[in-house]
Structures are given as structure tokens and as C-alpha cells.
Design a protein around this ligand. Structure first.
Ligand code: AMP
Length: 284
């Protein structure tokens, strides 16, 4: 695996690869890697000749500075894990490489409805930050394919919109959420949970399964309220539990019985904010 710290050097290296017609896959991350990240590397390797990953904890997407400061960092095992998974190139930039002119006058992206709901509503500015860093990374890497995790469902939609807005040719591939055997969605933030909290965190997955089991056409308020009450009684501070159109994230109050649905949850367990989602209208 070749490691680059400078954008210009990576750009030069990849320009040579592109000239030779080599198709590239890109897996951007914030590090503290787990099997979920590695599954994206595997998917890229299965579909592309050259796999590039990046590790950069992007300050502009953290609306909460405490969350940014506490974000886990495990750089050495990350590098070893990427190498073992067969990643070809790692981009490990400093903040100056990503934002050479500082962070005060970055572009604003017209994300519309998507940034007014769910994560957009509860983390103001978060998706602008995501777009700032992803736009910059896509500009440097110019990948043929971009591999993202369904774990961050709304983020996948935002990045699809970003790619449209910026007329990039990159194809977006959304990969399934990897879970622990228990069902808990793998997440870098799980590293901040002790073993008791990890067990407790399973309640989020159980709530998604409950919503899937109990879903019926008609009004969804009662079902969502039962879900909020359950998580609250288990000691979570719920930001939202929503049922939305899986295609555009429009929140569904009264389900027609056929629109594909996704359930999305964000909740704090003590200091740690966890998110998860599940498609409700398919088998499995
Ligand atoms: P992050 O490091 O949290 O920014 O995540 C980097 C990429 O890994 C994003 O596309 C995430 O959606 C994806 N990812 C995070 N957790 C998982 C998981 N449990 N399964 C699959 N992909 C994941």
C-alpha cells in the first residue's frame, strides 16, 4: 500500500493511472476502522483495479466540538488493517491539504429538503461539512466508483445529490451495513462504549426490528411513539425515530402499504450519539 500525505502527489500518481485507463474505487473514512469499513474496501477491490482509501476526521462536519475532540483515532491499526485488506493507496492528509485556504469561506451546497430533516435537522451544518470534504476528496481522487455504507443512509443520499450538483462522473455504490453478531451496527463511535453500554446499544437494532415487525398501512404516529417510549425507558435520549420514504426520505405519516420505507433512529446513550436504519419493506 502506498501512503500519500500531499494532495498534489496523490493527484500526480492517480493521473498516471487514469491515463492508462485503470478504473479506480474510493473509500473515504474518518479512521478508527472496523469491519464495516473493511467491507467497503473488499467491495471496491472486487469491482475496481485500484482501491484508494482516505482517513481524515473532517472538523467542518462536526456541529458539536466535544464530539470532534472525542472522535476515536487508531491510526496504526487502521494502516495495518487497510494493508491486510489489500487497499492499494491510502491518503492521509493534514487539514491544510484539504482546506488550503482555511475553512471560513467554503462553498455552500444547495441540498434542499435533504438537509432539513433527520440528521440535517438535529446536526445543523453537518451535511454542508460532509459535502465540503467529499467534494474536495472527489476533486483530488476523481474515482470511477465511490463506495459508501448504508449505515449512513441520509449521507448516501446527500453525496448522490452532491455528485449531481457538481456534474461528476463518479458512480456511487451503496454497501450493506455490517453488524456485530448481536445485530449492533458497527461504528467507530462504539469504541467509546463500555461493555455494558454496548449491550444496551442493541436496543436501537431491536427497535428497528420492532418497527419492521409491527408496520401496517395507515398512520404511523402510535408505532413511532411506542418505539420512542421503549428507547427512553431503556435510558436513551432520542433525537428522532422516523419512518420515511426510502427513495427520497420524505417522512411518512400515513403509509399507503406500497411505498418502500426506511426506519431511521438517532439516540444518545450517555454521551455517545448512535445512528442506525433499516429498510422496512423488504425480506431480511
Ligand atoms: P466513517 O468513517 O464513519 O466516516 O465511515 C466511512 C464509510 O464507512 C461511510 O461510507 C460509512 O457509511 C461506512 N460505514 C460505517 N459503518 C459501517 C458499517 N457498519 N457497515 C458498512 N459501512 C459502514
Amino acid at each position: 500500500m502506498i501512503l500519500f500525505k500531499k494532495a498534489a502527489e496523490l493527484d500526480r500518481y492517480l493521473a498516471g493511472k487514469r491515463q492508462k485507463g485503470i478504473d479506480t474505487g474510493f473509500v473515504p473514512t474518518m479512521g478508527a476502522l472496523h469491519e464495516g469499513h473493511i467491507s467497503l474496501i473488499r467491495e471496491s477491490r472486487a469491482n475496481c483495479q485500484l482501491t484508494i482509501s482516505s482517513i481524515f476526521v473532517n472538523p467542518t462536519q462536526f456541529n458539536d466540538s466535544h464530539d470532534f475532540e472525542k472522535y476515536p483515532s487508531t491510526i496504526e491499526p487502521d494502516i495495518n488493517g487497510l494493508e491486510a485488506a489489500g487497499c492499494d493507496v491510502l491518503f492521509l492528509p493534514s487539514i491544510h491539504e484539504i482546506y488550503p485556504n482555511g475553512t471560513d469561506h467554503l462553498p455552500i451546497y444547495q441540498l434542499g429538503y435533504l438537509e432539513t430533516v433527520l440528521e440535517g435537522k438535529f446536526r445543523p451544518g453537518h451535511f454542508q461539512g460532509v459535502c465540503q470534504v467529499v467534494d474536495r476528496l472527489l476533486g483530488i481522487v476523481q474515482p470511477g466508483q465511490l463506495f459508501l455504507g448504508q449505515k449512513d443512509y441520509q449521507q448516501c443520499m446527500v453525496i448522490k445529490k452532491l455528485v449531481e450538483l457538481t456534474n461528476r462522473k463518479t458512480r456511487i455504490i451503496i454497501c450493506p451495513t455490517l453488524r456485530e453478531k448481536t445485530g449492533l451496527a458497527m461504528s467507530s463511535r462504539n469504541m467509546r462504549l463500555n461493555s455494558e453500554e454496548k449491550e444496551k446499544a442493541l436496543c436501537i437494532y431491536n427497535t428497528l426490528r420492532f418497527l419492521k415487525q409491527e408496520l401496517k398501512p395507515g398512520y404511523q404516529e402510535d408505532l413511532k411513539e411506542r418505539a420512542v417510549n421503549y428507547l427512553t425507558a431503556e435510558g436513551f435520549r432520542v433525537d428522532y425515530i422516523e419512518i420515511a420514504d426510502a427513495g427520497n426520505l420524505e417522512l411518512i405519516r400515513n403509509w399507503d402499504g406500497s411505498t418502500p420505507l426506511v426506519a431511521l433512529i438517532a439516540a444518545f446513550l450517555n454521551e455517545v450519539r448512535l445512528i442506525d436504519n433499516m429498510i422496512l419493506t423488504m425480506e431480511s
